[in-house]
Ligand binder design. Structure first.
Ligand SMILES: Nc1ncnc2c1ncn2[C@@H]1O[C@H](COP(=O)(O)OP(=O)(O)O)[C@@H](O)[C@H]1O
Ligand SMILES: [Mg+2]
Length: 244
């Protein structure tokens, strides 16, 4: 297999009524890459993640994973293909325990046995250093711990492509460092990762390659240090801030 072909989205577009959320976006990743996806509010980052995760069907464009065309397949086919994502606002079962939050989605796969799901949950909790909260209710967790649990849920099925939608938003600086460390070690362990975020400093120190979106389009893609000082990127950010 051509390594450059691990993941490729080509010409993705998505409209919501009259709004063009994503407009002809192409992005490809080689296996094991860790890429930042940034852009002002409303620039189409979450819509992109939704399409790449198979949760939203693009109006135009194609998505290939390991050379296999995935476009139009249901989300569970993307999941089975090794794609997992986290949500900007954690989607936890608030009245369930941390452990239950991990095993319930895993059990939706009929082949999964509960014992195996619990064993995997143990590994995930140990990796995330959340074992002491195994029996706590999700709603009792801090915002940052909820973000960690959200990441844990994505890790349950051992994904090869991990899509993280604003994993640092609203997280205490101490936990932010921990989440960054987890992302780094997941990547070192072979996961291909797209991290969407607003926190430019976090992105700068975490990823070598950054993709920038503005108004649904890709306006920059390259080494983070070059992209983050690109005048067009700075303009997109300051323009968006001035508009608020
Ligand atoms: N389900 C939806 N229905 C209508 N408009 C949407 C929907 N999802 C996103 N949008 C719009 O699409 C644009 C891009 O949104 P989004 O992808 O959430 O941007 P970002 O994640 O970069 O902030 C915004 O204008 C947003 O209001
Ligand atoms: Mg978003």
């Amino acid at each position: 297999m051509d390594e450059a072909e691990f993941f490729a989205a080509d010409g993705l577009s998505k409209h919501f009524g009259g709004i063009i959320a994503v407009d002809g976006l192409s992005i490809s990743l080689s296996r094991g890459e860790l890429v930042g996806l940034i852009g002002p509010n409303g620039s189409g980052k979450t819509t992109t993640i939704n399409m790449v995760a198979g949760a939203l069907r693009p109006d135009e464009g194609t998505i290939r994973l390991r050379g296999v065309t995935m476009t139009g397949s249901p989300a569970h086919v993307f999941a089975r293909g090794g794609v997992a994502r986290t949500f900007q606002v954690p989607r936890l079962f608030r009245r369930m325990t941390v452990l239950e939050n991990l095993i319930v989605p895993a059990l939706s796969n009929p082949a999964a046995r509960r014992a195996e799901a619990e064993r995997r949950a143990g590994e995930v909790l140990s990796f995330l250093r959340l074992e002491h909260l195994t029996r706590s209710l999700a709603r009792a967790l801090s915002g940052g711990q909820q973000k960690l649990l959200e990441l844990g849920r994505a890790l349950m099925l051992r994904p090869s492509l991990l899509l993280l939608d604003e994993p640092f938003a609203g997280v205490h600086p101490q936990l932010l460092a921990q989440i960054m460390e987890h992302i780094g070690s997941l990547n070192a362990g072979g996961h291909t990762i797209i991290v969407v975020d607003h926190n430019i400093d976090a992105i700068r120190s975490l990823v070598r390659r950054t993709v920038v979106m503005a108004q649904g389009r890709k306006i920059a893609d390259g080494p983070s240090e070059d992209v983050l000082r690109d005048p067009a990127v700075i303009r997109a950010y300051t323009g968006a801030r001035d508009a608020h």
